[in-house]
Design a protein around this ligand. Structure first.
Ligand code: PFF
Length: 479
C-alpha cells in the first residue's frame, strides 16, 4: 500500500533489507575479492576497513539524513539551495553509468547460472570449455549483449512495480538465502588442500606492497573507490532510500547496520574466493574475471558431478539475484530523480515510461563493456587503450584505459563519487552543521557520536577525498 505517489517503506525491516540489498551485490562478491587480490591482500583489507569506519559510516548517515530531511532523492541538494544542485546532478549520473557495466556483469552471472542448470539436466552448459569458459564468453559478443539485455529487462520490470511491490518484497527473501549459501561454500572450500594460503593472503600481516610508497596511494584509491561502490555511497541511493523513511526511524542505527552487514559479506566473499584461488591454482590478481574463474573451478573441478552442478547453479543464481537487488536500486535512483522533478512541477509522472527510457539508454551505454572482452584485446570493440594506441594494463591495480569497464569506473568511483563526497562533507560540516544531528534526533533518538561525525565531515573525509582525487588525477595523466 503506497501512502503517496512517491511511496514509503512498508516496514523498518523492509527498508533495512532493501538498503542492505542495494549495498550487497557484485561489489562485495566480485569487486572486493578481485581488488583485494590485485592490491596486496591484507594491506588492502586493512585500508578498506579503516575507510569504512572513518568515512563510510558518516557518509551513509549524511545521505540518510539528507534524504529524509528533504523528502526527495538526488534533488535533495537543489532543495537545500539552487547553488548545490550540481552535487545532485553528479550523484545522479553515477548510477546511470555504473548500471551500464553492472548489468553486463549481472548478465554474465545469469549466463553461468543457466550453464549449471543445463548441466544438471545432462547437457554441456559451457560450450565445451569447462572451467576455461570465462575467456570464451568474453569473445562471444552476441551472448554478452543478449545477457546484458536480459539483466536490464529484469531490473526494469521490478522497478516498474514501485517501491513496495517490487523492491522491498524482492530483497527481503533473497539476502538471508545468499548468506547461508556463502557460508556453506566457505566450509567446503576450507576442506580443500591448499586453502590455507588464501587465508594467509587475507589475514597475515603483510605490507610488502607498500615497499614502493606510491603504491600506498594506489591501494588507497582502489579501496576508497571500492568503499563507495560497495556501500552505494555518493550516488543518491541512500538519499533516495532515506527519503522513503518515516520520521520515527533511527537513522544512526541503520547507518551502522548497513555498512557492517556489507563488510561482513565482502569478508565472506573474500574467505570463499581467496582460498578457492590457492586451492585450485587461480592467480589472486586475475582481475575482474576472478569471481567467474575461481568459483567455476570450485564447482566443476572441486565438487564435480551433480553436486557441483547443483551448488554451482544455486551459487550463481543467488549472486545474480544479489546483483539484481543492486541494479534495481541503481535504476530506482535514476527513475526517482525524474519522478520527483515532475511531481515538483505538479505533473503526474509515468513511472513505467521513465524506467523504460532509462533502461534503454543504459543498455546502449553498456554495450562497449559487453563488447570489448574486458580489454583482453582483439574483441569486437576496441578497449580504450587499443583506441589510444597505448600499452595495456597498469601495475597491480586497474588502469582507467584497460577496458571500458575500468574507464566508466574511473569516471564514477574514481572522480565523481569522491568529489561528491567531498562537497557533501564540506556542506554538512561547515555550511549546514546542524542538519545531520537534528535529523538524527527526530523521533527522540540520541546522536551518539556527534563529536566524531562533526570532525569527520569537516576534516577527515575531505582530507581522504582530496588524496584520492589527487591520486586519480596523477594516474590519469600518467597514461
Ligand atoms: N553496492 C552495490 C554492490 O556492492 O554491488 C552496487 C551498487 C548498488 C552501487 C547500488 C550503487 C548503487 F547505487
Amino acid at each position: 500500500m503506497q501512502e503517496n505517489k512517491r511511496g514509503q517503506w512498508g516496514s523498518s525491516f523492509g527498508f533495512l533489507m532493501a538498503s542492505i540489498g542495494s549495498a550487497i551485490g557484485l561489489g562485495n562478491l566480485w569487486g572486493f575479492p578481485y581488488k583485494m587480490g590485485s592490491s596486496g591482500g591484507f594491506a588492502f583489507l586493512v585500508i578498506y576497513l579503516i575507510l569504512v569506519l572513518l568515512a563510510g559510516i558518516p557518509l551513509m548517515m549524511a545521505e540518510f539524513s539528507l534524504g529524509r530531511k528533504t523528502g526527495t532523492g538526488v534533488g535533495a541538494y537543489a532543495k537545500l539551495s539552487e547553488k548545490y544542485k550540481v552535487i545532485g546532478w553528479m550523484a545522479a549520473f553515477c548510477p546511470f553509468l555504473i548500471l551500464s557495466f553492472y548489468a553486463v556483469l549481472a548478465g554474465m552471472t545469469l549466463r553461468y547460472c543457466l550453464g549449471f542448470l543445463v548441466q544438471i539436466v545432462g547437457f554441456d552448459g559451457f560450450s565445451g570449455q569447462g572451467s576455461g569458459f570465462f575467456g570464451f564468453l568474453l569473445y562471444d559478443t552476441k551472448a554478452m549483449v543478449l545477457f546484458l539485455a536480459l539483466a536490464m529487462a529484469i531490473t526494469m520490470i521490478i522497478v516498474m512495480g514501485g517501491v513496495q511491490g517490487g523492491i522491498e518484497k524482492f530483497s527481503k527473501a533473497v539476502m538471508p538465502a545468499l548468506g547461508v549459501i556463502l557460508i556453506g561454500i566457505i566450509i567446503f572450500v576450507a576442506t580443500q588442500e591448499g586453502a590455507a594460503d588464501g587465508y594467509k593472503f587475507m589475514f597475515k600481516p603483510d605490507f610488502t606492497i607498500f615497499a614502493d610508497p606510491s603504491s600506498f596511494f594506489g591501494v588507497l584509491k582502489t579501496a576508497a573507490g571500492q568503499m563507495f561502490f560497495s556501500l552505494s555511497l555518493a550516488m543518491g541511493i541512500n538519499i533516495t532510500f532515506g527519503s522513503y523513511l518515516s520520521k520515527e526511524k533511527n537513522l544512526q542505527k541503520n547507518a551502522v547496520i548497513v555498512p557492517f552487514s556489507d563488510t561482513i559479506f565482502a569478508l565472506l566473499a573474500g574467505m570463499m574466493i581467496m582460498p578457492a584461488c590457492s586451492a585450485f591454482g587461480v592467480d589472486y590478481g586475475a582481475g575482474p574475471g576472478l569471481l567467474f574463474a575461481s568459483m567455476q573451478k570450485v564447482f566443476l573441478d572441486g565438487m564435480g558431478g551433480m553436486v557441483g552442478n547443483v551448488v554451482g547453479f544455486l551459487f550463481y543464481f543467488l549472486v545474480f539475484i544479489a546483483a539484481i537487488t543492486s541494479s534495481i536500486a541503481l535504476l530506482e535512483v535514476c527513475t526517482a530523480s525524474v519522478v520527483d522533478r515532475q511531481l515538483a512541477k505538479g505533473k503526474d509522472p509515468n513511472r513505467k515510461k521513465i524506467s523504460l527510457i532509462f533502461a534503454i539508454a543504459i543498455f546502449i551505454v553498456g554495450l562497449p563493456t559487453a563488447m570489448d572482452a574486458l580489454g583482453s584485446g582483439g574483441a569486437a570493440l576496441k578497449a580504450p587503450f587499443e583506441l589510444l594506441g597505448l600499452e595495456a594494463g597498469g601495475a597491480g591495480y586497474a588502469m582507467w584505459n584497460d577496458c571500458w569497464l575500468d574507464f566508466y569506473d574511473m569516471i564514477t568511483e574514481g572522480v565523481l563519487m569522491p568529489l561528491g563526497a567531498l562537497l557533501m562533507s564540506l556542506l554538512l560540516g561547515w555550511k549546514l552543521p546542524k542538519l545531520v544531528q537534528e535529523e538524527c534526533e527526530e523521533g527522540g533518538h540520541t546522536f551518539k557520536f556527534a563529536g566524531y561525525f562533526k570532525v569527520a565531515y569537516r576534516i577527515i573525509i575531505p582530507i581522504i577525498m582530496v588524496i584520492v582525487l589527487y591520486t586519480q588525477i596523477q594516474a590519469f595523466f600518467n597514461l
